[in-house]
Ligand binder design. Structure first.
Ligand SMILES: NC(=O)c1ccc[n+]([C@@H]2O[C@H](COP(=O)([O-])OP(=O)(O)OC[C@H]3O[C@@H](n4cnc5c(N)ncnc54)[C@H](OP(=O)(O)O)[C@@H]3O)[C@@H](O)[C@H]2O)c1
Length: 182
């Protein structure tokens, strides 16, 4: 799979969880230091997408085949090129808009790119029932309790400094999870 922003809060969880499942995760991140962090947390490969062409690198890493799944929380800046990383019948999971919303596009493009599947995932659909929420929480806490996934808190802020936390997130200066302390 390809996972964008692999050194972020969700990203570092994904890197470790993929490793625990025996999956090869190719992460992207906005600096060499962040790439190193993603690799340390289990990414099989990491691409600095500020200076490398991530489509070309994914093709190179996968021997020209492309990946089965892309997890894209970046949105506008990466969406179209993410589709080009998929192998035929691959799945594009768009789950965030860090760079802005994905502009409207024609679903026709999914055909020639290999009959691709596309979903726009939101947490709220998945936690709509008590049963699903409990099942997902059980799975998460199992991997956390086993030590397979460690939640890396990259920075802590006083709640009164929430604006500063927001600015640092926007500036792409954070890694791992951020915690606001009341
Ligand atoms: N679908 C849902 O229900 C759901 C639920 C929770 C979170 N989310 C989404 O999941 C994503 C990850 O959440 P997170 O809390 O773990 O955040 P995060 O990944 O720690 O932070 C966002 C990262 O996006 C990257 N990025 C790329 N372009 C950016 C831009 N123009 N402006 C700002 N950041 C940019 C930056 O990493 P690099 O510098 O490495 O590029 C930044 O660190 C977010 O997009 C969030 O909205 C979705």
């Amino acid at each position: 799979m390809l996972f964008h922003a692999a050194a972020g809060g969700v990203g570092l969880i994904a890197c470790q969880w993929a490793r625990a499942l025996g999956l090869q995760l190719i992460g992207t991140a906005g600096s060499d230091a962040k790439c190193e962090l993603a690799r340390e947390h289990g990414a099989a490969h990491a691409i600095n997408y500020r200076r490398e062409d991530f489509v070309a690198r994914v093709k190179e890493i996968t021997g020209g085949k492309g990946v089965k799944v892309v997890y894209d929380s970046i949105g506008k800046d990466t969406f179209e090129r993410s589709l080009d990383c998929l192998r035929p019948l691959g799945l594009m999971v768009s789950f965030g808009n860090a760079s802005g919303p994905v502009p409207p596009f024609s679903i026709g493009v999914l055909g020639p790119k290999g009959s691709l599947h596309l979903t726009r995932a939101t947490l709220f659909t998945h936690i709509a029932t008590r049963e699903n929420t409990q099942a997902m929480a059980d799975e998460l806490f199992e991997v956390v309790q086993s030590g397979a996934v460690k939640i890396r808190i990259g920075q802590r802020y006083r709640l009164a400094d929430a604006a500063q936390a927001q600015r640092e997130l926007e500036a792409r200066n954070t890694t791992g999870s951020s915690v606001l302390i009341p």
